[in-house]
Design a protein. Structure first.
Length: 98
């Protein structure tokens, strides 16, 4: 159990460092995403889809790409959350035309 706690903390620290880096590099992430929620979301995704060894041996470049992709999807999911019904209709119409 203790090693599991240590592993968990190590994973969280690595994710925190990556989220901090990406938010510094991409201000839109920092502006529109919640840091703590992103760390929690990423930890859940990695725990669900990777073994501890796969996560621990993942290169920084690969981790950065994966985190960036997940954060981008989360950012895209916020589009429209503040739209008025009229703006949403315009957005829906624009999407249908593509």
């Amino acid at each position: 159990m203790l090693s599991n706690d240590v592993t968990q903390k190590s994973m969280i620290q690595r994710i925190e460092q990556m989220v901090t880096l990406l938010m510094e590099e991409r201000p839109l992430f920092k502006e529109d995403l919640d840091y703590s929620e992103m760390v929690d979301d990423l930890a859940q995704v990695f725990q669900k889809n990777l073994t501890v060894e796969e996560f621990n041996t993942m290169s920084e470049k690969d981790l950065k790409e994966r985190c960036s992709g997940i954060m981008s999807i989360n950012l895209l999911s916020t589009i429209g959350s503040s739209f008025t019904p009229e703006e949403m209709a315009i957005f829906d119409d624009a999407i249908k035309r593509k």
